[in-house]
Write a protein of this length. Structure first.
Length: 359
């Protein structure tokens, strides 16, 4: 059975290094646990760290963990209007771009006798969530004009390298900074938080200086995997050997590399070109797309190549490997963001914990 092993010690060390380096730059850190928010041991590591907020995307998960975590929660997945009561009762802050939803949050906060913080998201180019830059002032004004409001406009936020891979740049970071200044100067409302996400920001601050008003970064992938989104390169301060995916060989045989006979689509309706490389030594592993995203696994065995996957199996070519393989042998992979996410979400993949930093 394929398993996911998680080294909590190394994740904790990554957290410590990021929070310490960001503190030197007067930056607060939101520790985004979105990929593994259903896995309590990692949430606990983040909760015991020096992050300012836990970044969580699912209201249902935050509601379930209410009372079990001490760190205030920032809801990083924008809420639906019908979730307003749960969002206000469980989260200190939420990311928003729709005025109707913000009004619902205000009503819920009034009803519950509390205040809820709003981070107004701005789309600075990645084309995910956020109001367009030219609409920031009017939207901020409308939030401030909500009568008997239960919400507080706590700040502005933007995402980088998420939907379309748009990286932080001098222009799009300065844009966020200028919009924050405009809100404060034109509306007379002080913004406590100017928030930039996600982990791609860490690549920027290695060599560049953030505009002065940006005081918070939201980081997940780099803490969990030690890598930078977009390039999947290792961050120099971080350990990338934080978790691995291990499977078992259930068949190994020499077979033609090209399919034989008339072809239609595969199990997923796809028909892909297959090169004829002659007879190759192939192994079938005991996992498929119901367990992880095989395309986002990192092969660690020299000479091995992933050939194809279906629901339950993944076929690898081991012809050029340095060592022989046999049925029952274990094969270990590293993970990228998507394979990590799907492995944590799969109920079929047992999760084991390694606590030593050096394990």
């Amino acid at each position: 059975m394929a398993t996911l092993s998680v080294n909590l010690g190394r994740i904790s060390k990554n957290l410590q290094r990021i929070t310490e380096s960001c503190r030197e730059l007067s930056l607060n850190v939101v520790g985004v646990v979105k990929p593994c928010q259903e896995f309590p041991p990692i949430v606990e590591v983040f909760d015991k760290s020096d992050v300012s907020y836990l970044g969580m995307s699912k209201v249902s998960v935050v509601k379930r963990l209410k009372g079990q975590i001490r760190t205030p929660v920032m809801l990083t997945g924008m809420p639906r209007p019908d979730q307003a009561d749960d969002v206000v009762s469980c989260c200190a802050l939420s990311l928003n771009s729709e005025l109707d939803t913000i009004k619902k949050l205000s009503s819920s906060a009034q009803k519950l006798g509390c205040k809820h913080g709003i981070i107004l998201m701005v789309d600075v180019g990645d084309l995910r969530e956020g109001v367009m830059p030219e609409d920031v002032l009017d939207t901020a004004r409308s939030i401030l004009e909500i009568r008997n409001s239960g919400v507080v406009l706590a700040g502005l936020g933007a995402n980088y390298a998420c939907a379309n891979g748009v990286l932080p740049s001098k222009d799009n970071l300065e844009l966020l900074n200028t919009l924050a200044e405009d809100v404060e100067n034109c509306l007379g409302h002080r913004l406590d938080i100017i928030s930039a996400g996600g982990s791609a920001i860490l690549e920027w601050i290695k060599t560049e200086i953030l505009p002065e008003k940006i005081n918070q970064i939201r980081v997940g992938q780099s803490i969990l995997l030690g890598t930078i989104p977009g390039s999947n390169t290792k961050h120099p301060l971080l350990n990338e050997d934080t978790m691995h995916f291990e499977s078992t060989i259930i068949e190994i045989k020499s077979k033609p590399s090209a399919p034989v006979g008339p072809r239609g689509g595969n199990a997923f309706g796809l028909r892909e070109e297959v090169a004829d490389l002659g007879t190759r030594r192939r192994a079938i592993l005991d996992f498929g797309v119901v367990d992880t995203d095989p395309r986002a696994l990192v092969v660690t065995e020299p000479g091995m190549a992933i050939v194809v996957s279906n629901s339950d199996y993944t076929v690898v070519d081991v012809t050029d490997c340095d060592r022989p393989f046999y049925v029952g042998d274990k094969v270990r992979f590293g993970l990228r963001y998507r394979s990590m996410l799907q492995s944590f979400l799969s109920p079929n993949v047992p999760k084991s914990i390694l606590t030593s930093e050096f394990a």
